[in-house]
Design a protein around this ligand. Sequence first.
Ligand SMILES: Cc1cc2nc3c(=O)[nH]c(=O)nc-3n(C[C@H](O)[C@H](O)[C@H](O)COP(=O)(O)OP(=O)(O)OC[C@H]3O[C@@H](n4cnc5c(N)ncnc54)[C@H](O)[C@@H]3O)c2cc1C
Length: 385
Amino acid sequence: MDYLLNEDQLMIRDLARKITDERVIPTRAELDEKEEFPHEIMKALAQSDMFGIYIPEEYGGLGKGSFELCLAVEEISRGCIGVAVSFAASALGTYPILLYGSKDQKLKFLPDIASGKNLVAFGLTEANAGSDASGIQTTAVKDNDHYILNGTKQWITNGSVADIYTVIALTDKSKGPRGVSAFIVEKGTPGFTFGKKEKKMGIRTSTTCELVFNDCRIPKENLIDREGTGFLVTMKTLDMSRTGVGAQGVGLAQGAFEEAVNFARKRIQFEKPVISFQAVQHMLADMNIQIEAARSLIYSVSRFIDSGANNVSKASAIAKTFATDVAMRVAVDAVQIMGGSGYMRDYPVEKMMRDAKILQIYEGTNQIQRNVIGQAIIKEFARKK
Ligand SMILES: Cc1cc2nc3c(=O)[nH]c(=O)nc-3n(C[C@H](O)[C@H](O)[C@H](O)COP(=O)(O)OP(=O)(O)OC[C@H]3O[C@@H](n4cnc5c(N)ncnc54)[C@H](O)[C@@H]3O)c2cc1C
């Protein structure tokens, strides 16, 4: 299908495709096996201005939107979503600054993020606060010109490799969700260290670790927006970034589909390539239908977001849920079409199947997305009465 991309969009897609073909696909198995962060690929992405896609030109970016970011994320994900999420999590961590940061914060932090010099991470989740983000216990107490942070964030993508962290903490426990605030914490700040590094089922090139704050003093200028808006900042950030997770799903599904087609064309059984069996063709047709539907949805929702629309929560939840469920199904079917070979590490689809699972979990599980969609339906129909 032709999605009528303009010249700039084609350039971004083709550049990401080239980096994926030349740098990601040849190294992904080794990175996965060794659980090594893809530093060299991040450098190549930085050199191609990929980290600045969605950042305004006045702060050193390309001044494009979440649609163009999705195009890049999709391409990289065709090779490896562990690499793609290492790249995309930098945007997740940057959105709080981009959406709610002061002019001074933007001038200070965005240029080095846009150039790829500084990588970013987003710290919300804690041991007792997963789907229920209101359970966070990390505190930020004002002390004259500083805030003092105490607590532990868990499972943070890019933890330890990132230079900048946007962190959600309680500034006033008595106020519930209105007592939560967002902060910028720089790596190297005294009292800020890294804890357990996770060993994961998939996306093993991506680093996931704890952020530990122990009387960590940060300047009051690092508060994003104002005290009490941390939940709003978080929700709007996730609204922006969810299509990116969906784009990871589309890319992964495309990669798995291509592997399955190529294998089925070459594998001979009963004296015929297995692609000649209608049962296999129907599986491939269903995979193809789902991928194009997911791609269309991700593209239209990210364009909707870029239009400046106000309430995008339901649309971004629909897009993330659909595209990531597609990724899981397509990865499983790719393994099935390749039979025993698909189960072996000699082929990339076993890794894709392991990797795909995380897409239905992070940035809000797909059950939580369905809750968001369900609540939105109730409100929409109540308004119609
Ligand atoms: C590899 C990885 C990377 C991550 N990266 C980051 C990161 O960079 N930054 C960050 O802040 N967090 C990150 N996370 C955390 C991630 O966003 C959470 O894991 C996710 O939000 C779900 O929380 P949980 O795992 O605690 O599941 P839980 O909340 O414990 O949920 C367990 C199960 O119950 C279901 N459930 C819970 N509540 C409801 C409900 N109300 N209705 C229906 N079902 C429900 C869930 O869908 C799930 O199936 C990461 C996690 C992983 C695994």
